[in-house]
Design a protein around this ligand. Structure first.
Ligand code: CP
Ligand code: NVA
Length: 309
């Protein structure tokens, strides 16, 4: 049994194995309908319990499809429907119950500590479906999408992130170490990666490039990633933060500094951080990116259930 909480805690070899498996599985089911099961139904009879403390469209649906295509099923819960969410039951008891009924647990939460607490008391794997510090299933799937479109290892590409130092960027930074790619970040000074991330990078002897000028960050990029300026767990002055990011909007002018054949990716949902013409333009692959979450999460589930080939 393996958990999937943070990319930085999973070996580069295992992460690469997940991507390779996802590629094979995606190819093998080209002629299958959405709910048809992969050959061998490797998770036949298994149930993934998903719990959301915050909204989700993509993560919820893609995990539903992922386990379905492997022969299993899901039960989706909102925390406020549980005694846990109402303050009437402990994490320890809830974890025991989840382990009794379920085979895997996916949690989207506003507390990294809660994930660690669940991990301590569960006897089934836990998957982080977004926390304040990490969005690992999103970013691993994005690595897959980049390699699928660019047809080369991400280690040979210049990756750029324009935006806040949020959970998605934290996972992208972890991925830059695991998959050895060059990462340039464009953000206002106030929103640069924090000390914890910088200390970890130092420990890993990894250099990332942070610019307060978006043009510098985008120059020579093969891939431009971005995300909403305001995240689900943001509690500060939102209007002020959006204003600080005004010069970081990804528009026609900014993308002219990237390589001619660059690709644009966005995990969604989107806000004002990208112009409509870039988001829907020829460089954008956001719908393929969203779909690939199904394929990569299947291999993540197999990894957690000890069934990765
Ligand atoms: N990208 C992503 O995780 O989307 P949802 O919030 O809709 O799950
Ligand atoms: N950074 C965003 C990602 C949403 C998928 C958030 O945490 O809200």
């Amino acid at each position: 049994m393996r958990h999937f909480i943070n990319l930085k805690d999973i070996s580069a070899k295992d992460l690469r194995k997940i991507i390779t498996d996802a590629k094979k599985r995606k190819n093998l089911r080209k002629k299958l309908n959405t709910l048809e099961t992969d050959k061998g139904a490797p998770l036949k009879g298994k149930i993934l319990i998903q719990m959301f403390e915050k909204p989700s469209s993509r993560t919820r649906i893609s995990f539903y499809l992922a386990i379905k295509q492997l022969g299993g099923g899901t039960l989706t819960l909102r925390s406020n429907e549980l005694h846990l969410g109402q303050g009437g039951e402990s994490i320890e008891d809830t974890a025991k119950i989840l382990s009794t009924y379920g085979d895997g647990f996916m949690l989207r939460t506003d507390s990294d500590k809660k994930i660690e607490n669940f991990k301590k008391h569960l006897s089934i794997p836990i998957i982080n479906g977004l926390s304040p510090s990490s969005h690992p299933t999103q970013v691993l799937s994005d690595i897959f999408t980049v390699e699928e479109i660019k047809k080369k290892s991400i280690s040979k590409l210049n990756i750029c992130w324009i935006g806040d130092s949020n959970n998605v960027l934290d996972s992208l930074i972890a991925a830059s170490v695991k998959f050895s790619f060059k990462l340039s970040i464009g953000c206002p000074k106030k929103y640069e990666p924090g000390k914890k991330v910088r200390d970890w990078l130092k420990k890993e002897s990894k250099k990332i490039y942070v610019y307060n000028d978006p043009k510098k960050a985008v120059t020579g990029a093969d891939v431009i990633f971005c995300d909403k300026v305001i995240s689900l767990n943001d509690k500060g002055n939102k209007k002020k933060k959006i204003k600080t990011f005004k010069n970081f909007k990804i528009d026609k002018k900014l993308i002219s500094f990237a390589k001619k054949d660059f690709i644009f990716l966005h995990c969604l949902p989107r806000g004002d951080e990208v112009s409509e013409d870039v988001f829907l333009g020829k460089h954008s692959h956001v719908w393929q990116q969203a779909l690939n979450r199904v394929h990569v999460q299947k291999s993540i589930l197999l990894y957690c259930f000890g069934k990765l080939r």
